[in-house]
Design a protein around this ligand. Structure first.
Ligand SMILES: [Zn+2]
Length: 689
């Protein structure tokens, strides 16, 4: 094993290296610290499996799983997840418990077992946690050891193609992590069976609208076996699947979708209309054009993800980076909700689409979701989550809410509010983000120009191979709470290769230093490339500008941002337990303070930059970075109460058109990161200057 994780000689040294000094006095029982101390040994670096002709190559390639080890706050976040519901779900929720159909039992036999495994598996391996690995292995083994003679796998009681699409995502991850020789033969037999069976038993409902996620696994296998029938299967999935690119070429769903529009009162309603406006389906569909472009090589397919996001932003965009979907597309009012499944599926789509297209804007969006919408919809210890989160969320209760089709429990924090899909599916969010921080850049037909790409930023270490030479990168940062990212690049021997660093669109004025010397002043919204011969211990420093910014939303409201973080007014929270739910509980949250403020962003300070009237306070980056108690950055600015803006049935009334006027006195209010505020205002009316 040529490269090993260099463990610092003392705990204090290790903490200093990952930016967590001071934790010893702030953490109860040191539970998280023990996990951070025991950062796993990485496996020996493995080469990337490239696109096989005639498939088009992606601009970047994901690194093999196991190449990236999260450190610092990100590793602690994964540990919080493992100590919370993710590490115990099967002990308290029968749907993925011992009687699961995916363990040979008579219980739930559809999507929930595969959903859980799709996130549990990378979480277990990233943390090198024997307890979680054993749970995941038991599920993998049952599927691998119980195929049907005809090539099908999974519970015999349910032959739906859809849950197998999810299981294939878990199997490909498992094969990359372990090289288990049972995986590829099972996938090969299944795909041969499916190619023969699909003409008579075509994709339907969920599978029809989510075909691109299976295409990913089909192409994954083609790159490893080269069996030509797999390309026939990819084309058949495309032919039977929903045409997402056509839907967005002439996007019709520009208004809030209603139950009446879907004719839900008429039996099952208009099923295709319902499925094509369904939030999670749209989130999964973001990757469709890029995935299909691997087959066609067509630039129009590759560009389809950016076009789809632009249309979603225009008609359904919210300040947390999501589009509204509660449960169907629901317009730009920030009191509408977004389902947790749609957050994690958007992230997975963006990770795949970014690798294929090399579009840095997709990395910006990925960070916006990972640092805001994802943690914002869990309680601090990740034992409870919401089905729907709202940017302007003034109460989480059983009051009727303005959802399009979801039920009254949708924004409670709990075990399975509204419906259990998110309970099973949320686990993939953090682990897959960690696995996507770095990618490989390559040029078709040669390995001589391979390089490394920082696709998204968070503390981690990378062990990979470039042209057979092991390369180790240490990324030390408190990003997104701070603007400084330090990289130590160590090839085993001097090696020339390009290092590409994503410069977010918001980061005009970023500086990059190599070994202490200014290298370049990169353009925002692009990848900055450094081509040189790297020597062991070379240092790169990225200094992102972290001045607050203001963005415009529904009815000309304003949101305040800093780096990739969105900020909210944290309404006082009164948590009231609704009921116990096994190892966890369901909670309502009621507002304990006023929330109806309009912002005074004083253009007199600087007419071109009203955000200069915002004061920034930083505090140490500690164990739970998304907790309100330990928010590492806070903003202070001037505001006035706006008494005419109220709530109805626990939902903020539609934002008044800005600018607004009020006779209330000016006062100072504090904003905290979106995710730290479980009750929040994110889009504010703007006061007349
Ligand atoms: Zn869901």
């Amino acid at each position: 094993m040529p490269f090993r994780f260099r463990l610092a000689s003392t705990r204090r040294q290790f903490l200093r290296r990952i930016g967590l000094t001071g934790l010893a006095s702030t953490l109860p029982a040191g539970r998280l610290l023990r996990a951070a101390d025991a950062a796993p040994q990485p496996a020996a670096p493995r080469p990337v499996v490239r696109s096989r002709a005639p498939l088009a190559p992606g601009v970047f390639s994901p690194l093999p799983l196991g190449s990236i080890q999260p450190t610092g706050w990100l590793r602690n976040q994964l540990q919080i997840q493992a100590s919370g519901l993710s590490g115990h779900l099967d002990e308290t929720w029968a749907d993925v418990g011992p009687n699961s159909g995916w363990l040979g039992g008579t219980g739930e036999s559809w999507e929930r077992g595969p959903y859980f495994l799709d996130g549990l598996l990378p979480l277990a391996w990233l943390l090198d946690d024997p307890r979680l690995k054993a749970k995941a292995q038991k599920r993998i083994d049952w599927t691998l050891d119980h195929p049907s003679p005809d090539g099908m796998f999974g519970p015999a009681s349910n032959n739906d193609w859809w849950p197998r699409i999810v299981m294939l995502k878990a199997l490909t991850q498992y094969q990359e992590l372990t090289a288990d020789t049972r995986v590829i033969p099972l996938m090969d037999r299944y795909f041969r069976h499916q190619l023969a069976a699909l003409p008579a038993r075509p994709l339907r409902d969920w599978g029809k609208f989510r075909w691109q996620d299976e295409a990913l696994s089909v192409l994954w296998l083609y790159n490893r076996t080269g069996s030509p029938y797999l390309l026939d299967l990819a084309r058949l999935l495309h032919q039977q699947g929903h045409d997402w690119e056509a839907e967005y070429a002439h996007f019709q769903y520009t208004q809030r979708i209603t139950a009446a529009f879907l004719k839900l009162d008429q039996g099952t309603g208009l099923q295709d209309l319902s499925l094509s406006t369904h939030g999670v389906n749209n989130a999964m569909a973001i990757k469709t054009g890029p995935v299909w472009s691997l087959v066609t090589g067509a630039p129009a397919d590759r560009d389809a993800a950016a076009h789809m996001l632009a249309e979603l932003d225009k008609y359904h965009g919210l300040p947390n980076g999501m589009f509204s979907c509660d449960e169907h597309l629901s317009g730009p009012d920030p009191t509408q909700g977004s389902e947790l499944c749609s957050v994690v599926e958007s992230m997975f789509s963006l990770e795949q689409a970014l690798a294929i297209t090399g579009d840095p804007a997709l990395g910006d969006r990925l960070e916006r979701l990972a640092f805001n919408a994802l943690p914002g919809t869990f309680n601090d210890d990740m034992w409870a989550h919401q089905y729907n989160q709202e940017p302007n969320q003034v109460e989480c209760s059983l009051h009727h809410k303005p959802w399009v089709t979801d039920g009254p429990e949708s924004n409670l924090y709990g075990l399975e509010p509204n419906f259990g899909c998110c309970t099973a599916n949320f686990h993939q969010g953090w682990p897959k983000f960690a696995n996507s921080l770095w990618m490989l850049s390559c040029e078709p037909g040669t390995t001589d120009k391979d390089g490394l790409v920082a696709a998204a930023y968070a503390p981690c270490e990378v062990h990979t191979l470039l042209r057979g030479t092991p390369v180790h990168v240490v990324e030390e940062t408190d990003y997104p709470f701070r603007g400084l990212v330090r990289l130590t690049v160590s090839p085993a021997a001097p090696l020339e290769f390009p290092l590409q660093l994503r410069i977010p669109a918001w980061a005009a004025g970023t500086e990059i230093l190599v070994n202490g010397r200014h290298e370049l002043s990169p353009a925002p919204g692009a990848f900055a490339g450094i081509q040189r011969t790297w020597r062991p211990g070379d240092r790169v420093e990225i200094r992102f500008p972290m001045a607050p910014r203001v963005s415009r939303w529904f009815h000309d409201s304003v949101a305040v941002e800093r780096g990739p973080l969105v900020f909210s007014y944290g309404i006082g929270e009164s948590w009231v337990k609704l009921r116990d739910r096994g190892l966890t509980a369901d909670w309502q949250v009621f507002p304990a303070t006023p929330w109806n403020y309009a912002l005074a962003l004083n253009p007199d300070t600087d007419p071109t930059a009203p955000e200069k009237s915002i004061e920034v306070t930083e505090s140490p980056v500690t164990a739970n970075v998304f907790s309100r108690r330990s928010a590492p950055v806070r903003l202070r600015l001037r505001a006035r109460k706006l008494d005419s803006w109220r709530a109805t049935d626990g939902a903020a009334d539609p934002l008044p058109q800005s600018p607004v006027a009020t006779a209330e006195p000016e006062q100072s209010i504090e904003l905290i990161p979106y995710a730290a505020a479980k009750l929040r205002i994110t889009a504010f009316p703007l006061l007349k200057s």
